[in-house]
Design a protein around this ligand. Structure first.
Ligand code: ADE
Length: 308
């Protein structure tokens, strides 16, 4: 990427393998808006199959974006190209990079992010244990369903790690729920919305997801594969609590470090088996080397789902 900082115009190298004609993309309403830009719903013609129309999500920058944000979005695209496809990640479908604003076209997930999805499905009635009730938008989630969601996310993370990619911001807000309740990890590139109360502002590094961060990341700003495993544990807790906010009483960085250092952890959710809470506790081992790898988490959840 060549950045002309005097006029803020960009010359993005054309990649014919991914380039899509702008005429085939019809933009719709906004799905999400962030500091960096926005994601809009769109219909794309002939993107997956010739002459068929597919609903997609298009990520783009705001008009007044910074050069650094453009660099971040272009880097995100490059990361997605290298990583390749997996069912449990939001896959890149194409880009419009020439003669106009950069559009990054990715898979659309119809049920929004996992946290909002779980909040929407709180307080399921005791009498039912079926996934889809009479009203198809109203589903009742069992512990088995929740374990299957967590299993899918662990699968996606195992794949990302196998591609030498760290997520650095794994949380239920960054998992999207697609058709047939397929979980798809999103925002594993660099451009993401970091406004809002889940992110803690620090002087040098901008905004950080303090309550999802491992002790080594909080104390030394290092990020390892095992740090993603810690975040996965917090995400698993969010799943089992139907999207509760972790550590509501902790407000600042030092309190967070001291809380974890003294051995405190998130409490066992009320509707959570010992087995699943055991996985969380493994993810929250203070020493990074004591935490499991995603392959082990996938295997544990496999067993759990087989015995359901
Ligand atoms: N919001 C942000 N990205 C999205 C996507 N890929 N699908 C649906 N909603 C989204």
């Amino acid at each position: 990427i060549k950045v002309d900082t005097t006029t803020s115009e960009y010359d993005i190298p054309r990649d014919d393998k991914w380039e899509i004609s702008r005429q085939s993309v019809t933009l719709g309403h906004t799905l999400g808006e962030g500091a960096f830009g926005k994601v809009v719903r769109a219909e794309a013609r002939s993107i997956l199959k010739p002459d068929s129309v597919t609903t997609v999500a298009v990520k783009m920058l705001r008009e007044d974006h910074l050069d650094a944000e453009m660099i971040a979005l272009v880097s995100e695209v490059e990361v997605m190209k290298i990583i390749g496809k997996h069912v449990n990640i939001i896959n890149l479908l194409g880009v419009c990079s020439q003669d106009g604003p950069l559009y990054v076209i990715v898979e659309f997930a119809q049920h929004n992010n996992l946290r909002d999805f779980l909040i929407k499905h709180r307080s399921p009635p005791e009498y039912s244990n079926v996934l889809v009730s009479a009203d198809s938008s109203r589903v009742v989630l069992t512990e088995e369903d929740l374990a299957s969601f967590a299993h899918q996310v662990a699968n996606g993370m195992q794949y990302l790690h196998s591609k030498k990619c760290l997520h650095r911001d794994l949380a239920a807000r960054n998992v999207l729920v697609s058709e047939n309740y397929i979980m798809k990890i999103a925002d594993f590139g660099l451009a993401r919305d970091v406004r809002g109360k889940d992110y803690y502002r620090i002087a040098s590094n901008g905004f950080l997801p303090m309550k999802w961060m491992a002790p080594e990341s909080l104390s030394h700003h290092v990020f390892k594969y095992e740090s993603d495993v810690w975040s996965y544990g917090v995400h698993l807790w969010e799943v089992m609590t139907f999207g509760e906010a972790p550590y509501p009483s902790i407000q600042d960085w030092d309190s967070m470090i001291n809380f974890l250092r003294s051995g405190h952890r998130l409490k066992k959710p009320s509707r959570c088996s010992d087995e699943i809470y055991g996985i969380m506790q493994d993810c929250w081992k203070y020493e990074a080397t004591d935490r499991p790898q995603f392959s082990e988490i996938v295997a544990k959840l496999d067993n759990r789902l087989k015995t359901c």
